[in-house]
Design a protein around this ligand. Structure first.
Ligand code: PMP
Ligand code: GLN
Length: 380
């Protein structure tokens, strides 16, 4: 058969989690917490099911959740969004990314992605007849080089996909990045797809630079987020997309036939959590900053060189003092012989820089897990 994604294999997250299970390794590979979200949230989910909220939700999402998202967005980013026409609840950020791409990308269109980038972007673009044009982030600090990005624009460029805080590198945009993005999008009339799933995980007092803070960008952007990250419930797969009315209308045409709607009880529970306990997401930066610092302290004196982490819950580490193997081979060795699973950074690149020796560790883990992993990593 003629296949649609000939270059695509099984996602690295699945590959590494399977290896971790097989070798009984500490799994710092696939990004997910090994602890649960707030007890009140889980109780609200059970209550929603007990109260009979078990049938299809409205196609666009439970109104109470869309309203809670709109209020939170205005409070945090000063951006008024209409809960009825501009917010759509999705089955995780993955669905939102796919639906935004499917709504906008036509056959032959180009979409700029910044490498390293999350692995679902390119297949979604290709399945919709588009082509991902990869531009590397600056390898010294993983910041965007706006001149290089501008040079990659062609008459076929339809959209640019950005991600801050960044998976896998932990880099975050500053306000100047938003201005540069806005200038580029204005000049070439581009749509923006902004993956902000780690919006509440930004460190050292920095502000999350949501494109929703920038009026001009908000007018041409699809902004995607995920409750999996914010409420430690990656398995619930609830996310959302915020976009101006006309873009949301197109987005919903795809969403209604992709999934139609998302698990109803979780939507009621999340609506309640956002409204009754905003402190949960306001405390998230400090919560994860403590984990970042703990993990880095535990690895002091190891052979890994730790790169700076400005946001998200991943630590990128250079292992060149330990091995000259490529990063996939190193991760396979590490999970089998070292007892720790990590993710090779080359998995996020079209063309990984030659000689780059970087792996990603997820630090969204209990202290005991971080301690056990660090002890194994220090012994190498
Ligand atoms: N984008 C990025 C950058 C992510 O890290 C993830 C989760 N790993 C997703 C999207 C997908 O989020 P969800 O699990 O809500 O589909
Ligand atoms: N987003 C998670 C990560 O980066 C993985 C999600 C998945 O396994 N699809 O590790």
């Amino acid at each position: 058969i003629e296949t649609k994604l000939p270059k695509v294999g099984t996602t690295i997250f699945t590959v590494m989690s399977q290896l971790a299970a097989e070798h009984k390794a500490v799994n710092l590979g696939q990004g997910f917490p090994d602890f649960d979200g707030p007890p009140a949230l889980r109780e609200a989910l059970a209550r929603a099911m007990a109260e009979g909220r078990n049938q299809y939700a409205p196609m666009t999402g439970v109104p109470a959740l869309r309203e809670a998202i709109a209020r939170k967005t205005e409070r945090l980013y000063g951006c008024k969004v209409n809960a009825d026409t501009e917010v759509t609840v999705t089955s995780g950020a993955t669905e939102a990314l796919f639906a935004a791409i499917a709504a906008i990308v036509r056959t032959g269109d180009e979409v700029i992605v910044l490498d390293p980038c999350y692995d679902s972007y390119e297949p979604a673009i290709e399945l919709n007849g588009g082509r991902a044009v990869h531009v590397a982030l600056d390898p010294s600090d993983f910041s965007p080089d706006w001149q290089r990005i501008a040079d990659a624009v062609t008459p076929k460029t339809r959209m640019i996909l950005v991600n801050s805080p960044h998976n896998p590198c932990g880099a975050v945009f500053d306000a100047a990045d938003l201005d540069a993005l806005a200038a580029l999008a204005r000049k070439h009339d581009l749509f923006v797809l902004s993956d902000e799933v780690y919006e509440h995980i930004v460190f050292d007092g920095a502000l999350h630079q949501s494109v929703l803070r920038h009026k001009e960008l908000a007018e041409r952007s699809f902004v995607v987020s995920s409750f999996g990250k914010t409420y430690h419930c990656t398995g619930w797969k609830v996310g959302y997309c915020i976009a101006p009315r006309a873009l949301s209308a197109e987005f919903r045409k795809v969403h209604q036939y992709l999934t139609f709607c998302t698990f109803t009880p979780a939507q009621w529970a999340l609506a309640e959590a956002i409204e009754t306990d905003p402190q949960h997401y306001l405390d998230l930066p400090a919560f994860y900053q403590a984990k970042r610092d703990r993990f880095r302290d535990l690895l002091a004196g190891s052979k890994f060189r730790l790169l700076p982490v400005g946001g998200a819950y991943f630590q990128v580490a250079d292992y060149s003092a330990l091995s000259q193997a490529d990063d996939l081979a190193f991760c396979e060795w590490l999970v089998k012989e070292g007892g720790v699973a990590a993710i090779p950074i080359s998995a996020f690149y079209e063309n990984p820089p030659a000689g780059q020796r970087l792996v990603r560790f997820c630090f969204a883990k209990n202290d005991a897990t971080l301690e056990q992993a660090a002890a194994r990593l220090k012994a190498l």
